[in-house]
Design a binder for this molecule. Sequence first.
Ligand code: SF4
Ligand code: SF4
Length: 126
Amino acid sequence: MWLIKGLFITAKRFFSRKITERYPEVYPDLPKATRGDFQFTIDKCTACTLCALACPNKVIQIGTAKTAEGKRRIDQYQMSVGYCLYCGLCVEACPTSAIEMKPAFAPAYYKKVKSLLCWTYKEPTV
Ligand code: SF4
Ligand code: SF4
């Protein structure tokens, strides 16, 4: 009796709609709000360092420089994402939306150095 019941459940599952995905052959369709990777727009950054101060794991390192007018500007923005919690506190703290999160799945790196994201300021060409 139990054997027949077990076979019936197996047969039912076999012919019903599959809810698992064939990753990595099929990439998952991620919701827009997925916190998987970072997007940094250096032109929007004011070098205020609020994101670095908000980060609980000290993932963000900010290098600054002075403009010809003596104003502070961003020079280099680094993230050691290997230590990142993907909590989004840096994104919430940013007043200009320079740092944002974007969907990505399983962002894994074979070498630690690859997990260091770095953006460097380039002088605008006239
Ligand atoms: S997501 Fe969280 S842990 Fe990662 S850099 Fe931003 S504040 Fe830090
Ligand atoms: S990314 Fe945003 S919060 Fe961080 S230094 Fe730049 S402007 Fe400030």
